[in-house]
Design a protein around this ligand. Structure first.
Ligand code: ADP
Length: 761
């Protein structure tokens, strides 16, 4: 069935067969669709100069409908046809027409000396104005127009109440059958592959049925689709018409350069007319369903006899289908949204469980079974290295291995409903292995595979889809001619599964991402656990080693001391020097062993959390540091009140002592100032000392790392800050600093997770 003005060979439904090379497939594009140079005979078309309203062209039927010969009209002013008042109104309306747009009703008026009213429509076509005059039924009264509008309104409310879009289409075609009184009304929607599917029909018994039939994409070639978007209402009251040429004034352009794309009277392609006549129709009213500039489908109202549909009625039907297009698309969308939502819920539940699972590996065991129903599949394989977890019907392991090997060469997700075309071994398992959603997980030998079986079904084509047209070789040129037979043509579809819907593909992609995430979280958890274990081992090793080293070291120091005291005078100056060096290095080593012990104790000793008055604790700190403070002459001030807080008092005191003693030590100012305070949950120790340059701010937390000479700034082991940070972190807090070299440093710390006051950070 040729659904628009064009007819050409079907290509996509016979994808397996080569096209017959002698078909001239471009002929439909060469069809002068918008430039036929002629119109339908039931109205008159005038071409006007936009500035002067002079008649530049007129259809050759003006003598019949206006009683004026077209040649007499060429070059004349509009006033020759209309009374002065009407001429003025038309002039004003025409000047206000937008540069592009469908024809607008300008007025209803009789032509001079005649009784019969015409609906006068206008639109712009390039530089010119097009005036279309269609005779109106004199009996058309205001009340019949109102009744028609009321009927349309009523039909729309029924469409609106329909549950799904298919019901809505069925109601719409029924309503149009009743309204138009045509013999058959067929509702058609376009499918993803561009073919058209008749989804609703209301007809008289004598008219052939096309319900549920498919029409190949080529039945509605691109120019036909464009024309439907441009002019959603296309009307031919009698397909046996003789096209009426448009005559142009000699000085003007050729008729065939006249763009009639938007003219309601545009003459349709001869192929299309013959097609409908072969089909048994003598009249056609096409109503296109266009939503947001996208052609969703159309409704064809056909009759076996010529059938007049008055202009006001067509206007009412246009309103009907404009609203219908919105409603249908909205209903279809919300049906899809409902399905997506249900699927998303199920996938989210699976993802939440996986994320919460303590043992991911255990949780994954149930996944394939759950995906069977969620993704409407018949087999699922989760390949984790050599381990295969599966549910439903799945191929033998060697086939799965080969499939995974093949998938490794594919990028991203693999989505297909024809696996056999891409992966040859699948053909041998055709029935169970047709559709595949496949993707790699975290590691390269981990894959999730979801299978769908073959979906054998029949498509009822409206005639042989491989030969939708007959060739007319008589003309000498290989032109396409309309198909004469519309016998039902069943075609069995094989080698394909049910297609994966966009929402199913999205859900699979979400699941794959979540799985990879859960796997990485799990891997990190394991690594972190191992790290913690090995840290603890190291710390206890450091503790044991440093503890055991203390004793021999003490022995070395004692015996060196004995040597100095007993044989000091007998030793040469050099030997005495060596002995002093042994003692000095041993003392340094003792200090380092002591620091190492403290460091390992920081984690090993149990945490003793209790409510501690930090003000009180500070007083102890200041007492312990009294001699350092007095010697340095530093001013240590406490800003505000140090509140009570839950912490380990021994550890917290050690932190304060390290930070305050450093604040005094690393200070070259004559007036050394140290300020201790608390803001929100953050405690700070601020000094006006030498500061720490940004590149060293990480290094100072490395054990035994000092920024200065061994004995500068009162010396030290370089372990104090490492231990202080350990004490803080053991309590769940954080220790960090801000510093301006030459001006001072502020150390901040918290004593519980998340207690930091961001304003201070
Ligand atoms: P130590 O004081 O025993 O060297 P720390 O671990 O306490 O060890 O400090 C490490 C290094 O950080 C110090 O050697 C010093 O260079 C630097 N440092 C610590 N506190 C300050 C401070 N308040 N101002 C400037 N530098 C500091």
């Amino acid at each position: 069935m040729n659904l628009t003005d064009y007819q050409t060979e079907s290509s996509e439904n016979n994808a397996d067969r080569p096209l017959h090379s002698h078909y001239d497939l471009t002929s439909c594009d060469r069809e002068p669709v918008r430039f036929p140079g002629a119109i339908l005979p039931h109205g008159v078309l005038l071409v006007l100069s936009a500035d002067t309203l002079r008649i530049l062209g007129a259809s050759a039927n003006t003598d019949i409908l206006f009683d004026f010969a077209a040649t007499d009209l060429l070059g004349a002013d509009l006033a020759v046809l209309f009374d002065a008042g009407v001429r003025e109104t038309l002039g004003a309306c025409l000047s206000r027409l937008p540069p592009s747009g469908t024809p607008q009703l300008l007025c209803c008026s009789p032509i001079r000396q005649s009784e019969r009213p015409f609906a006068i429509l206008g639109h712009r076509s390039g530089e010119t104005l097009i005036l279309e005059c269609e005779p109106m039924d004199v009996a058309l009264t205001a009340s019949s127009v109102t009744t028609r509008l009321a009927e349309v309104h009523h039909a729309l409310s029924r469409v609106q109440a329909a549950v799904g879009w298919r019901d809505a289409m069925a109601i719409a075609v029924d309503a149009l059958k009743h309204l138009t009184a045509c013999d058959s009304v067929l509702g058609v929607c376009f499918l993803e592959d561009g073919s058209a599917h008749a989804v609703a029909e209301s007809r008289e018994d004598f008219f052939p049925s096309f319900l549920d039939k498919r029409f190949p994409r080529s039945d509605v070639p691109e120019p036909g689709r464009q024309q439907m978007i441009l002019m959603p209402v296309q009307y031919v009251p009698d397909l046996r018409y003789e096209p009426v040429p448009v005559l142009m004034a000699a000085s003007e352009e050729m008729t065939d350069a006249l763009d009639l794309g938007r003219a309601t009277l545009r003459s349709i392609s001869p192929i299309c007319r013959r097609f409908y006549q072969n089909f048994g129709a003598q009249s056609r009213l096409l109503l296109a369903l266009v939503n947001n500039g996208r052609l969703w489908g159309f409704i064809n109202c056909l009759s076996q006899q010529p059938h007049v549909v008055a202009y006001p009625d067509r206007l009412a039907y246009q309103t009907f289908i404009d609203t219908l297009a919105l409603l249908i698309v909205e209903k279809q969308q919300s049906e899809q949204n409902r399905q997506s939502l249900a699927l998303n819920r199920q996938i989210s539940a699976i993802i939440t469980e996986l994320m919460a699972a303590g043992e991911l590996h255990e949780a994954l065991k149930a996944l394939p079974e759950r995906l069977l129903t969620t993704l409407d599949s018949t087999g699922v394989v989760l390949a984790l290295g050599h381990q295969l977890i599966f549910a439903g019907v799945v191929p033998e392991q060697p086939v799965i291995n080969a499939l995974i090997h093949w998938l490794k060469q594919q990028a991203g997700l693999t989505v297909t409903d024809q696996l056999g075309k891409l992966f040859e071994p699948a053909r041998a398992h055709g029935e169970s292995l047709c559709g595949l959603l496949g993707s790699r997980l975290m590691d390269e030998d981990q894959y999730l595979l979801v299978f769908r079986p073959e979906w054998r079904h029949e498509v009822n084509w409206a005639g042989n889809p491989e030969k939708p047209v007959e060739l007319d070789e008589s003309s000498g040129e290989m032109r396409l001619t309309p198909r004469v037979s519309f016998d039902e043509w069943k075609k069995e579809v094989r080698g394909r599964s049910r297609p994966w819907l966009p929402q199913e593909q999205e859900a699979f992609a979400d699941l794959q991402q979540a799985l990879v995430l859960a796997q990485s979280v799990q891997k990190n958890r394991v690594l972190q656990g191992r790290l913690q274990d090995s840290n603890l081992e190291l710390e206890s090793f450091a503790y044991v080693v440093s503890h055991d080293l203390q004793e021999p070291l003490r022995g070395i120091m004692n015996f060196a001391q004995f040597l100095r005291e007993g044989a000091g005078e007998r030793l040469s100056a050099n030997e005495q020097n060596w002995l002093s060096t042994i003692l000095r290095l041993s003392e340094r080593m003792a200090g380092q062993i002591d620091a190492l012990l403290q460091y390992s104790r920081a984690n090993q000793q149990p945490l003793e959390l209790r409510e501690v008055d930090l003000g009180q604790l500070m007083r102890h700190v200041l007492q312990d540091l009294a001699s350092l403070i007095a010697e340095s002459g530093a001013d240590v001030a406490i800003r505000g009140v140090l509140a009570k807080c839950p912490c380990d008092p021994v550890r917290t005191q050690a932190v304060f002592e390290n930070l305050i003693s450093n604040a005094i030590k690393y200070n070259d100012k004559a007036e050394k100032r140290v300020e201790v305070g608390c803001c929100g949950g953050t405690i700070y120790v601020r000094d006006n000392g030498i500061g720490i340059s940004p590149e060293h701010q990480d290094a100072i937390f490395t054990i035994f790392r000092r920024l200065h000479g061994r004995n500068d700034y009162g010396g030290g082991t370089g372990a104090g800050l490492t231990i202080a940070r350990k004490h803080v972190e053991r309590q769940g807090g954080r220790l960090w600093l801000e510093s301006i070299p030459g001006h001072g440093t502020t150390f901040y710390f918290t004593l519980a997770p998340g207690s930091a006051d961001q304003s201070l950070v």
